[in-house]
Structures are given as C-alpha cells and as structure tokens.
Design a protein. Structure first.
Length: 315
C-alpha cells in the first residue's frame, strides 16, 4: 500500500509560509486517532517525527491545534476548523490526481455520488447510460437525507448530490440545477379505511409518514385549507422504510406520483383521489459545490442524469 505521506510529497514545500500537505496529513491522522502514538503507528513514522510536524504546523498557523490531556489529544476550536478544511483540500487533491489519470489514460477514476431516496428514481437509467460510456470508473453511491446535515458532504467526499425538495430552496454557495419535477400525491395501502377520501382535511386524524421537508409542507397544506395539521407525523427519510410501513399500517404518505404509477416496488399502494389540483410539486435537483472542479467522469454522469430526467419527463 502506498504511504499517504509519500503520495503527497511532490505537492509539499518546506519553504512555503503556509502549511504543507505533509503537515496537514499528519495533523489529520493525529486528530482522527486521538493520540500521537496511534497516529505514528498508522503513518509508519516515529512519535518525535509526528510531534515535530504538529508543532511546525502550529507555528505556521499561529495557534494551538490540540488540547492535550492524559487521555490523548483533541482538536481545539481552531484545530477543528482546520480539520474540516483539510478534508475538503485532500478530496480536491484526490480528484485532481484522478482527473489527470483519466485525461492521461482515458480510463479509470472514481465517483462518489449522494442521492436522496426519491431522487434515486433517476439512477437506473443514468447508471446504464454511464456504464456504457465509462465502464472503468469505480462508483460509490450513498443515500443522503440533506446536504446541510451530512458530514461527508461538508467534507467534500461527494463529487455531487442529487436531492429532492418541495419547499423553499437554500443553496447558498452551491451550483443548483433542476432536473425533474413531479406532483406529490397522498398514498396508502390498498384497502386503507381512507382510500376513497376526496379532501385533505378529512385526513387530519391519520398517521402520516413524511420526508425531511414533509412536516413543514404538511402544515402549509392543511393551513391553506384552514385545518389544523395532523398531530401524528413521523419523519421517515428512507423511501424503502416508508413503503414497508405503508404496506403494513394505516399510515399515509406524501410521495412522488411516479412511485405509484406502474412501479413494481409500489404495487399494492393506491393514490387517494383527492379533489382539486396537485397538492404540491416535488423537485429533483442537482447540487454541486463547484462545477468548475468536476472531473471528466462526473461531468459524464451528470449528462447521463440529464438524459434520464428528460426521458422521465417525456414518459
């Protein structure tokens, strides 16, 4: 296995007034291990070498990065801030190396993509398209509740994210692109006592399953009809879990209409025939931290997602 310190050596500069990548990699190892000794073993370095690197980094930063105790070390407030930034930095270094390899060899690379449960409906078609165009790229697919609450998103682990949203969007500092819109409908199991309900207000006393954005949306929908919002509401971030509960309980859910329109995974569920226009619209959107920093493989996958979204909209 390549030593991470050796792999970063060409980027480091001992003469630079700023922290080197070598120092930052040692700093990260100490922060994650919680002790100088454990970090030294992990990096195959001596304890004095690790201690020296941390002290040099603290001198470069001009502040203590660790609080030391008999239990080991823990990042100070400044150390924690530097640790967050270092995650972003090393992820960009990795992507730079992978992009160079892709451009040089025309193959390989790695993508890490986060999808919300509902947004994953675009994944099968996009993946088939992508595999035909870039078969050698290693993929990691992760389920994402919402970027603001995901540490890996903040650390820059994902190349991009595909999320679903129904309320006001807050994407400060992110590149945001709408891929697909779907009507939200009320869904229940076949044979549900309220399966023939015509008004939302009549469903006030039911148990509801909603995604992250759903609780506030449900309150707005009932308020628009001058009704109190349901009291029994469960936040359920996983579509798979929501479907399981819908099949086996008398719960209701706000879901994308596409999930109950000819989809095998949702057979046995029905859309309640509520009167009037669609309750709300679900938006499936692409979120990118910096579109200029996307690797060639990431750009190809995004193009595949756009094609899949266009086909879904036409269907």
């Amino acid at each position: 296995m390549i030593n991470p310190i050796d792999s970063l050596a060409p980027f480091a500069s001992t003469a630079a007034p700023y922290p080197s990548l070598r120092q930052l990699e040692i700093f990260r190892a100490v922060a994650e291990a919680g002790s100088i000794r454990s970090a030294a073993r992990r990096l195959a370095l001596t304890q004095p070498a690790v201690t020296h690197a941390v002290r040099e980094l603290e001198r470069a930063v001009g502040a203590n990065l660790f609080a030391r105790s008999v239990k080991g070390v823990a990042p100070t407030e400044i150390g924690a801030a530097l640790l967050r930034r270092s995650h972003l930095l090393f992820n960009e270094v990795r992507r730079t190396q992978e992009e160079i390899a892709e451009l040089r060899d025309g193959t390989g690379g790695r993508l890490s993509i986060a999808f919300s449960s509902t947004a994953a409906q675009l994944l099968p078609a996009a993946l088939a398209d992508f595999r035909g165009r870039r078969p050698g790229v290693a993929l990691e697919l992760q389920e994402l509740t919402w970027p603001s609450s995901d540490e890996r998103w903040h650390g820059g682990d994902y190349d991009f994210a595909v999320v679903s949203e129904a309320g006001e969007s807050d994407h400060d500092g992110l590149d945001h692109e709408l891929l697909l819109e779907r009507p939200l409908v009320v869904v229940a199991r076949q044979g549900h006592p309220q399966a023939s309900a015509r008004s939302l207000s009549s469903l006030q006393g039911c148990l509801w399953l909603v995604p992250g954005y759903g609780r506030a949306l449900l309150q707005r929908l009932f308020a628009a009809r001058r009704s109190a919002a349901p009291a029994d509401v469960i936040a359920c971030q996983s579509t798979h879990m929501a479907l399981m509960l819908l099949y086996q309980t008398d719960a209701l859910a706000l879901l994308s209409g596409s999930l109950v329109s000819g989809q095998p995974m949702a057979s046995g569920l029905v859309r309640l025939p509520l009167a009037g226009p669609p309750l709300a619209t679900l938006r499936i959107s692409l979120l990118v931290r910096d579109s200029q920093a996307l690797t060639p493989a990431a750009r190809v996958f995004i193009d595949c997602l756009r094609r899949a979204a266009k086909e879904a909209a036409q269907a």
